[in-house]
Design a protein around this ligand. Structure first.
Ligand code: 5GP
Ligand code: ZN
Length: 113
């Protein structure tokens, strides 16, 4: 989608250094990390948010969720981590292309801010 930063990254229109990539998804470090390890897992398909996902995206979402633990292990998050999907304005979503935050290497607090 034009003017979407994560589509541009997924298409390699913007040079990026992915920590993982396959035909469906790309993962890269967050520009403004909120933890010692903070990366994003992004579907290459433009989906505005988890609200916009449909049954057609089941395999894609499943693939993301099953890939995250592998990437977390590769990033040394053996002590745990947090997966965050900010959704909509109240959820704090700033980039309107579905993405999964993975944060680790520090103790997370609850409730989140
Ligand atoms: P949201 O606030 O939508 O849940 O998360 C968007 C995230 O994308 C933020 O953590 C922000 O730092 C990150 N981000 C925004 N633009 C870029 C970019 O161009 N490159 C990278 N690596 N991260 C970005
Ligand atoms: Zn997009």
């Amino acid at each position: 989608m034009a003017d979407c930063i994560f589509c541009s990254i997924a298409n390699h229109d913007i040079p990026t250094d992915p920590i993982y990539e396959d035909e469906l998804i790309i993962a890269f470090n967050d520009l403004e990390p909120q933890a010692p390890v903070h990366f994003l897992v992004v579907p290459k398909k433009h989906i505005e948010s988890i609200d916009a996902a449909t049954e057609d995206d089941s395999e894609l979402i499943s693939h993301i969720m099953l890939t995250i633990p592998k990437l977390a292990a590769e990033q040394g998050l053996e002590n745990g981590y947090r997966i965050v999907i900010n959704t909509g304005d109240d959820g704090g979503q700033t980039v309107k292309h579905l993405h999964f935050h993975i944060l680790g290497k520090r103790k997370m607090t609850w409730p989140p801010g």
